[in-house]
Design a protein around this ligand. Structure first.
Ligand SMILES: Nc1ncnc2c1ncn2[C@@H]1O[C@H](COP(=O)(O)OP(=O)(O)OP(=O)(O)O)[C@@H](O)[C@H]1O
Ligand SMILES: [Mg+2]
Length: 238
């Protein structure tokens, strides 16, 4: 039976999709069976970061509404062993998704995969409540700024209220020069204000941004410091 982890944040653009893709690819490089699920209904971008746009006829909406079985909607990324993606609908509107639908989906995926990483929509909402009540782990992504920190704490509390006990956070887009200037919250300040363990720190790095845009996740360069960083984060998270 696999583990379902939600990758969340309080503020948009914190790095949920970047971390979902690179953490998932890292686990798959180590031999695990991994599926990345895009929960950003209508605003998907996991497929772009993997360079796999238009690769699937079916999507998460079709699975949740019973149009097809999950196998039909999975897309294999052969660059990373057993890494799969489950894209969400871009233009179709999907209504009436309940906590039971989401729990059923996670159950099916956990039978097939070691890790189910869910790229969550921004903030808190019904989809978050449905997902949190059925998931095993919450990963909150925060960037070093006060708004991101406050909203990350809000999301973390919401996960807790929804019964998701096992949680951690990752600090992303850390710029050492700005950090040293003292104008943004430092690592210790962030750690003191979050009530869960810190699982890792990811620097702001143009290679990460370029990799996302080229559909070539940065951990493809397995010897890079970023790939090693994601490996350490994977060990601490799971
Ligand atoms: N560590 C990093 N270094 C450089 N750029 C980064 C880093 N992390 C993320 N980015 C860039 O920041 C932007 C937002 O990242 P991403 O899409 O992963 O965030 P998100 O939390 O999924 O956003 P959304 O809330 O829109 O879903 C992207 O342009 C991405 O390439
Ligand atoms: Mg995203």
């Amino acid at each position: 039976m696999g583990i379902t982890a939600l990758v969340t944040s309080g503020k948009g653009g914190a790095g949920k999709t970047t971390i979902t893709v690179n953490l998932g690819a890292t686990l798959a490089q180590k031999g695990a069976r991994v599926v990345l699920v895009d929960f950003n209904m209508g605003l998907r971008n996991l497929d772009i970061y993997l360079g796999m746009e238009d690769c699937s006829l079916f999507d998460l909406g079709d699975v949740l509404t019973g149009v097809c079985k999950v196998e039909k909607a999975l897309v294999h990324d052969e660059r990373f062993g057993r890494l799969y993606m489950l894209p969400c609908p871009q233009f179709k509107e999907i209504n009436g998704i309940t906590a039971q639908h989401v729990a059923g989906l996670f159950g099916v995926l956990k039978n097939k995969f070691d890790y189910v990483l869910v790229d969550m929509p921004l903030g808190v909402g019904q989809m978050m409540e449905n997902a949190a009540s059925a998931a095993d782990l919450g990963i909150v992504v925060v960037t070093p700024d006060y708004v991101s920190l406050r909203n990350a704490d809000t999301v973390d509390r919401k996960l807790d209220v929804c019964g998701l006990q096992k949680r951690c956070f990752i600090i992303n887009q850390v710029d050492l020069e700005i950090l040293r200037s003292g104008s943004v919250p430092g690592i210790e300040h962030i750690a003191r204000n979050m009530s869960t363990p810190l699982a890792g720190i990811i620097p702001y790095d143009e290679n990460i941004h370029a990799g996302n845009n080229m559909g070539s996740p940065v951990v493809l360069a397995a010897d890079s410091y970023i790939a090693k960083n994601f490996s350490s984060i994977a060990l601490r998270v799971f």
